[in-house]
Design a protein around this ligand. Structure first.
Ligand code: PMV
Length: 323
């Protein structure tokens, strides 16, 4: 019996409601997930830690469809079922449903898709929660996190709000690899988005991780870097030490991109504007503005700052969203 079969034993694979509906926030990792120990099951090489973006993410509605194919609509646009995006979505849903059953899938993102803005995280989390609603599984969040992980690793963290840690787990079947919410509440901590490009990324995070793990000499040190960074970041969270948190998150993102730079062929998500903005952030910090950055698998930059500095931060940087 597979893990999914075990979790869905005695549960329906046919819709029990006329509609399934859910929304999920996107999340930004302060300590990154980069590299898998199992590529099929999206099992990570290390733990990771994120903050959810309040109100920014994905809303998904599922309606049973009397047809031979699914119908996928994202932000009002019908998606070709032969596209990679649709194939990935359908493959995920197929893990859970009765084979002949088709769905109308309506998805609204209020963040740009696939530009390193974690839309796959909120997308697969919302889809998992919507399936749980439609089939009336009534699963606990731990199981939903585990299911969402199968769509996109970072999606397991978007099942929760606030600060979340994804435990990598040890087991080969992934039954102990899911996210857990942390007790910290720190509403003053803000993430701002600096959009430099909304284009689809040059290389998917999936492919980039694979290449990094396989070819980058710098990847050897990554697990111990993450382990050290996690300890420090948790200390920063419990002491509400903004500078320690910001510096640790920034260092972690820089270290992640360094592992990619050393891959063969090299992977570089930076646009010239990305480099300029990172330098500006570090320069402004030297001048006394308490700001730090993090960066995912894309050219856009996320600014880390405190609510009390919002006015001055917005004046210094063009913040597009999340605030
Ligand atoms: O979940 P994926 O496959 O989209 O990978 C996410 C990878 C990063 O965004 C770079 C890091 C992270 O932990 O979110």
């Amino acid at each position: 019996m597979t893990l999914i079969e075990a979790f869905l034993k005695n549960k329906s694979r046919e819709p029990l409601k006329p509609k399934g509906h859910a929304r999920a926030d996107s999340n930004i990792a302060l300590i990154k997930y980069w590299g898998k120990r199992d590529t099929q099951l999206n099992l990570p090489a290390t733990n990771s830690l994120s903050i959810n973006l309040d109100g920014k993410g994905t809303e998904t509605t599922l309606t049973p469809l009397n047809a031979t194919e699914d119908r996928i609509v994202v932000n009002g646009k019908l998606i070709d079922n032969k596209s990679d995006f649709a194939k990935r979505l359908i493959q995920f849903i197929d893990l859970f449903r009765a084979p002949t059953h088709r769905l109308d899938i309506q998805t609204e993102n209020n963040i740009p898709t696939a530009a390193g803005l974690a839309s796959s995280a909120s997308g697969f989390a919302a889809l998992t929660l919507a399936l749980n609603d439609l089939y009336d599984w009534q699963l606990d969040k731990k199981t939903l996190s585990l299911f969402a992980r199968l769509g996109s690793g970072s999606a397991c963290r978007s099942i929760y709000t606030g600060f979340v840690e994804w435990q990598k787990g040890e087991k080969a079947d992934g039954s102990d690899s899911y996210a857990v919410p942390l007790k910290t509440d720190w509403p003053e901590l803000q993430i701002g988005l600096i959009v430099l490009s909304s284009k689809i990324k040059s290389i998917s995070s999936r492919e980039a991780m694979l290449r990094t793990v396989k070819t980058s000499p710098a990847y050897k040190a990554w697990p111990s870097t993450v382990s050290d960074n996690l300890t420090t970041l948790k200390k920063a969270l419990s002491n509400k030490d903004f500078h320690l948190l910001g510096q640790t998150a920034e260092n972690n993102a820089i270290a992640m991109h360094e592992t990619m730079h050393q891959a063969t062929p090299t992977i570089n998500y930076d646009l010239p504007e990305t480099k300029t903005i990172k330098q500006k952030i570090q320069q402004r910090r030297k001048e006394g503005l308490p700001v730090y950055f993090t960066q995912d698998a894309g050219p856009n930059i996320k600014l880390i700052y405190l609510k009390s500095d919002e006015m001055i931060t917005k004046k210094a940087f063009q913040l597009a969203a999340f605030t």
